[in-house]
Write a new protein. Sequence first.
Length: 274
Amino acid sequence: MIELSRQYAKLCDARDFEDPELIKTIRALVPERDPHEHIERKVWEYAMVMLFLADTGHLDGGSRVLSVGAGNERVLFWLTNHVEKVVATDIYGEGAFAAREAQSSMLTDPASHAPAYQWREEALEVHHMDGRRLTFPDASFDAVFTVSSIEHFGAPGDVARAAAEIGRVLRPGGHALIITECLVHYHPLDRAAGLLARLRARIHTGHDPGRSRRAALAEVFAPYELESLLVTPSGLVEMQRLQKRTSAEASPRILPHAANSTYTSVCLPLMKPE
């Protein structure tokens, strides 16, 4: 197994923004933004993808990389300059994300969503595809990642199917990074109500910007669910033990609230056995 140079299996932490390499990576992706002034978990997520793919040797210009639930993420365009092929999949034009992050125009005119810097159009493929039913053959990709998307794929069975698909299309020896949302503090009132389990039983097709903070719990994983719904169904192995520590930083950009509970981003580095 590859020896990783940093801890990827962790919760987003405001202290991560003291890491010079993380700051450098964020600047490469979002050069117009000062990462010291804009500390938030979304840019942390993309920086973790970039650092992980570099650490596992996939930015050598020869790798095929898949993004599941990709939307129009800026990292897709950045990757075209570093890999052979980036394949973006999402239910473009459908669901509650369609108006903001997964417009149908991404299928026909991805350039209209591209950042100002140069990127290789021939290195990007965009497909309308449900993450629970990927149509690629087995072992099609050297690396797969998904960034804060899989939690929106539906009930627990839907999430597990999407994780299994990630494992299926990854080649033996390949690497996957699943970034999702995880409860940091699950308030007893929320736990007693059984809210998370009840709302999870409903199939969610996307994020509803008008939903209540309480309903948001339906799309956040409890720590114990990361193994049962993501890692085990994927058939992949964890490359590191998950560190669940995070600072007391209460900024909504790092630790948003859902009902009485708080959550943040969590990163899971995985590998497919040879």
